[in-house]
Design a binder for this molecule. Structure first.
Ligand SMILES: Nc1ncnc2c1ncn2[C@@H]1O[C@H](COP(=O)(O)OP(=O)(O)OP(=O)(O)O)[C@@H](O)[C@H]1O
Ligand SMILES: [Mg+2]
Length: 488
């Protein structure tokens, strides 16, 4: 029944499977010589002889056993790759494939006289399955919901991020070829290619996770892979307040700002929580509005009913078919949006974004990479300049000043916590300079012995530039929200 998943055995191909069983086919075969089992197909899947009851072993013995297991795994991987017809696997049912893997593993283990306990055996089978069907060593990390990011620096080093902290995992690839094979598997599934002439690639995994890879020779010490795991349940406003990402007062202010259609930019460093914040802020948009989202990799999960999602597309291998965020944005303007949300503004689309914000699509939102509100504005200026728009700086600035109302600064602090460290209003122009005022900030006061940052959120005491607008829209925020909290 599994012959379709099996490669036609090349003559004299060296394999780990014993000669008597080497040419696997659908015919029932006697099992390994040591075990004269009934000649039914099930014989191949005969459960292993029960492992000897676990004897307490010394650490050294344990380590040796682990090493041995690692070697067996490598051999089995090879045996599987030699024996399975990988192209036919796509149509294989999970159950069939698991049975086939189990049967090959049983043969090899029997041939080598290796006895594994039930737990080791099922772990081995799972790893082999992941190798053949999934993304190999990455699979277990992808399934672990406590992991947010996976960062591969060559085959022997895989870092993971948990609770905002990076740690080295104990998972590795066999070698660079193994890593390249998994990368290739991911990118070819989305119709891309990565090789020496095309050494980096962006893709989206099946589960929605964001994937980037760069291969040698550009990646000097082996391929570099970065994965931002897709979080099925994005953090909402309540959770963010609960986790201390911002205060209730800030949440009330942001609710008013989004509902009153202020144009908001979420600024922050890489992995600081920009997309999460943007997503949470979008929950304040009224359900009756038509929202169009534009992203390079679709990550946003809006709760509203009337949402149109767009994802840009890079050129294909022939260099054709690219659809940029700017193309999507231009088209979006013809699609009668009430609001436009651009996942991240990083290039020429900035022009259209600013124009949209200035011309009737207020209430639009985006994120940018910057370390402070002031930096964010300079970044916007630079992006406009790099888009080739010849405009005097003052004109660019005044366009930014009238387009952007609010900059929310997200940051990942050294203790791994992600916080909204500042909310700044853009109030207009003073001469050649864009004027801004900070309304809320995270006041850092010290460091606890366990490395946690001590601090609190506070208003800065300035009156919101948009108070009147809030009032007109029915959001009469209590004045206490804007009162600063003194440090203890
Ligand atoms: N306040 C928070 N508390 C805990 N985890 C958070 C918080 N904000 C974001 N995260 C988690 O941090 C990770 C990075 O968040 P996010 O994708 O929003 O960052 P980003 O700034 O958009 O990153 P990038 O620059 O790569 O686009 C995600 O796994 C997210 O779930
Ligand atoms: Mg992001």
């Amino acid at each position: 029944m599994f012959s379709k998943y099996k490669k036609a055995a090349p003559p004299q191909k060296p394999t780990l499977v014993p000669a008597s069983n080497g040419a696997r086919d659908t015919q029932p075969k006697p099992a390994a010589p040591a075990a004269p089992a009934p000649a039914a197909p099930k014989a191949m899947r005969k459960p292993m002889a029960p492992a000897k009851p676990g004897v307490p072993v010394a650490a050294d013995k344990n380590r040796k056993r682990k090493e041995r297991l690692g070697e067996i795994k490598l051999e089995l991987h090879r045996a599987l790759l030699d024996n399975l017809n990988l192209a036919a696997l796509d149509s294989a049912s999970e159950q069939d494939l698991r049975m086939e893997i189990n049967s090959i593993a049983t043969e090899v283990l029997q041939e080598k006289g290796i006895v594994l306990n039930r737990e080791e055996r099922s772990q081995l089978n799972q790893e082999l399955y992941d190798e053949v069907k999934g993304l190999g060593p990455l699979e277990s990390l992808l399934k672990d919901d406590t992991i947010a990011d996976i960062l591969v620096n060559g085959p022997q080093q895989i870092f993971i991020e948990r609770n905002g902290k990076l740690e080295l995992s104990d998972v590795t690839f066999k070698d660079e070829r193994h890593l390249l094979r998994i990368i290739d598997k991911i990118v070819s599934a989305v119709g891309r290619r990565v090789d020496e002439s095309n050494p980096y690639v962006d893709a989206r995994l099946q589960d929605g996770s964001r994937f980037n890879a760069m291969v040698p020779p550009i990646a000097v010490d082996g391929s570099l892979v970065s994965i931002r795991k897709f979080k099925k349940d994005k953090l909402g406003i309540d959770e963010l307040v609960k986790f201390g990402a911002f205060s209730e007062e800030m949440a009330a202010y942001l609710q008013a700002a989004v509902a009153c259609r202020l144009n908001v930019i979420v600024s922050g460093g890489t992995g600081s929580g920009k997309t999460t914040t943007l997503n949470a802020l979008s929950s304040f948009i009224d359900n009756s509005e038509r929202i169009l989202t534009i992203e390079d990799t679709a990550e946003l999960q809006l709760q509203q009913t009337h949402v149109g999602r767009m994802e840009s597309r890079p050129a294909n291998v022939e260099g054709k078919g690219a659809v940029s965020q700017r193309d999507c944005l231009r088209n979006a303007l013809r699609m009668r949006p009430d609001r436009i949300i651009v996942g991240e503004t990083r290039g020429e689309e900035v022009i259209d974004m600013l124009q949209a914000m200035n011309t009737g699509h207020d209430g639009s939102m985006t994120t940018i990479h910057a370390n402070s509100a002031r930096d964010g504005v300079s970044r916007l200026e630079n992006m406009v300049a790099m888009a080739g728009i010849e405009m005097p700086l003052k004109a660019v600035r005044s366009q930014i000043a009238s387009a952007v109302h609010l900059i929310v600064q997200a940051s990942r602090l050294q203790d791994g916590s992600r916080r909204m460290v500042s909310i700044t209003e853009v109030t207009g122009m003073e001469g050649e300079v864009i004027s801004m005022q900070e309304v809320f900030r995270f006041q850092r006061v010290g460091l606890a012995p366990d490395g946690k940052i001590i601090g609190h959120y506070t208003a800065t005491g300035v009156r919101s530039h948009y108070s009147e607008r809030f009032k007109q829209w029915g959001y009469d925020l209590p004045p206490q929200i804007f009162e600063p909290i003194a440090a203890e």
